[in-house]
Every structure is written in structure tokens, then in C-alpha cells.
Design a protein around this ligand. Structure first.
Ligand SMILES: [Zn+2]
Length: 111
């Protein structure tokens, strides 16, 4: 399970146009992210802030709704291919956590 800080990092990476990879982390089976050409696992890799991943150039942040839709689509794909093992459960939980963080961000933005 990702810590609160790591979940915030995942949300921030996606908000800035990073993507969730289809392949789970080979080490922990959790989500892998790609941001500015770098692939990393928020769980295993020692990345603690978005600044550590930032390059010189700025990317346009994707809309929160767009990211929400993308995560939902990925989650449904994972569920469709479900092999009922522990890895799938972890991936599913991670997607749900990511969605939760996103929706909290959206609520804040709207409020
Ligand atoms: Zn990992």
C-alpha cells in the first residue's frame, strides 16, 4: 500500500501529464508511472517529490476528469483480465487509491 505522501506524488505526476503504465512493478506488483520519459515505481523507487522528476521544460497538465477517465479505463482492463491472484488485487487497490486521491483533488478544486 502506498503511503499518503506517495499517493499525493502519484496524483501530482498524473495531473502534470504523467501516465500509468499497463505493466505492474516487477518488484512489488504495484503501479508504475511514466513521467518526462522516466519510468518509476512510487513504491520502490526513492522519489519523494515531483521536483525530483521535473525536467527543465514544462508540460501542460491534463485535466483531472481526463485522468479520472483514463484510470477507470485501466482499472476495468485489469478487472477484465483478472486472474484472481494477489498481484491483481494490489493493482486494483492501487488504481482505486489513485482514483480516490484524484477525486479528493477535484472536490478541493471545485470547493
Ligand atoms: Zn515497486
Amino acid at each position: 500500500m502506498l503511503s499518503k505522501e506517495k499517493r499525493a506524488l502519484v496524483a501530482e505526476v498524473m495531473r502534470r501529464g504523467g501516465t500509468l503504465l499497463a505493466e505492474p512493478c516487477p518488484k512489488c506488483g504495484g503501479i508504475m508511472l511514466k513521467y518526462k520519459g522516466k519510468t518509476f515505481c512510487p513504491n520502490c523507487d526513492n522519489v519523494n517529490s515531483i521536483e525530483e522528476l521535473e525536467g527543465a521544460s514544462e508540460t501542460k497538465p491534463a485535466g483531472l476528469q481526463e485522468i479520472d477517465d483514463l484510470i477507470l479505463k485501466r482499472l476495468l482492463n485489469v478487472l477484465k483480465q483478472q486472474t484472481d491472484d494477489e498481484k491483481t488485487s494490489i493493482i486494483t487497490l492501487n488504481y482505486i487509491n489513485a482514483l480516490k486521491v484524484l477525486r479528493e483533488m477535484k472536490t478541493k478544486n471545485e470547493g
